[in-house]
Design a protein around this ligand. Structure first.
Ligand code: HXC
Ligand code: NAP
Length: 290
């Protein structure tokens, strides 16, 4: 057994209907595929119907569950409400929402237009808030239990240059997660977040490491465990957090980054660049034999 394999037992999500924003590509798709394997039905939503339809077809060919593709730009509340109504029409009830849709790109902040900044804020923070508000109001009115799982990043709490709109928006999503975990627990609604480190996807890599940057800034080199993430290990964590097995986990953010952000944070962590011979010399110079 290892991290490239599914972790939960068969049928762990049986009877659950789960909405995944940005579920047609990348990590949203990977998490969705595993939810399906565990017995869930899915709604996958984003702006591109063709992509969603193809993904839904491929997903259903692999597993027995139902996958409903729905177009929705999460920035538009009318589209979010219409999409939610279609979810209810399709399944009667949605048990979990995975807020995964995002927009991002690298740029020195002073080069950004106001529209560029707002575009990322709107997809990530406004989009997540609108989906959350729509689902939460419905669950509360219908006295249904529900679970939110929000995908943030480790720079939601450290901040990061060159992706400032994303950092500000993800920090907002983290605050939303923690706030509602308390406020809506009385309705039986849990909220948690996952903060992934680097997990290769076409969407992220093309925008964050365009062209030769991927060779110059190999993300694996920044990770203490020496590699980037594998989609299945993220899917394992997400399936646990969206399932009833995590019923007592509420308001938390779980980091899955091989120790990457802590490596950047620890004052002396870059001393790993010092070769063993230099440590030997330093030891010798204080009178101790290597
Ligand atoms: C500067 C840019 C830009 C760039 C777009 N803009 N790309 N500015 N650098 N690279 C500006 C445009 O000029 C425009 O401003 C404004 O942003 C809106 O651009 P549009 O192309 O009209 O927006 P839209 O079609 O809505 O597309 C949104 C997008 C795009 C965010 C720009 O990249 C997208 O669709 N992304 C979705 C998927 C995605 O980003 N996935 C990666 C998530 S990875 P003006 O002023 O000219 O009108 C992630 C990982 C985090 O979040 C952590 C990793 C470790
Ligand atoms: P991705 O494949 O580009 O996923 C982003 C998804 O969001 C796409 O399916 C996109 O679909 C959808 N989307 C974008 N704008 C939208 C909008 N306005 N309305 C609805 N959907 C929209 O990239 P990814 O790497 O899988 O990212 C998934 C999540 O993981 C994001 O929250 C990201 O911030 C997070 N994350 C990724 C990494 C990583 O290393 N990959 C690390 C940390 C966090 P359409 O274009 O069809 O709309």
């Amino acid at each position: 057994m290892n991290y490239t394999e599914g972790m939960l037992r068969e049928g762990s999500l049986k009877g659950k209907n789960i909405l995944i924003t940005g579920g047609g590509t990348g990590l949203g798709r990977a998490m969705g595929e595993y939810f399906l394997e565990l017995g869930a039905n899915l709604v996958i939503t984003s702006r591109k119907l063709e992509v969603l339809e193809l993904t839904a077809k491929e997903m259903m060919a692999k597993s027995g569950g139902k996958v409903v593709p729905l177009v929705c730009d999460v920035r538009e509340i009318a589209q979010v409400e219409a999409m939610w109504a279609q979810c209810i029409a399709a399944f009667g009830q949605i048990h979990g929402v995975l807020n995964n849709a995002a927009g991002n790109f690298i740029s020195p902040t002073e080069r950004l237009s106001s529209n560029a900044f707002n575009t990322v804020l709107d997809i990530v923070l406004k989009g997540t808030s609108q989906v959350t508000l729509t689902a939460g109001k419905h669950w509360i009115a219908e006295k249904q239990l529900g679970v939110f799982l929000n995908i943030v990043t480790t720079y939601a709490w450290t901040g990061s240059g060159y992706v400032v709109p994303s950092a500000a928006a993800k920090a907002g999503v983290l605050a939303l997660t923690r706030s509602l975990a308390v406020e809506w627990a009385k309705y039986g609604i849990r909220s948690n977040a996952i903060a992934p480190g680097p997990f290769p996807t076409e969407g992220a890599w093309s925008r964050l490491l365009p062209g030769d940057l991927v060779k110059k800034f190999d993300p694996a080199k920044k990770v203490p465990v020496g590699r980037v993430g594998v989609h299945q290990e993220l899917a394992n964590l997400a399936a646990y957090l969206i399932s009833d097995f995590s019923a007592y986990v509420n308001g938390d953010v779980i980091t899955i980054d091989g120790g990457e952000w802590l490596k950047g944070a620890g004052e002396f962590n870059n001393l790993e660049m010092i070769p063993q011979e230099m440590w030997d010399m330093m030891e010798a110079s204080r009178g101790k034999k290597p």
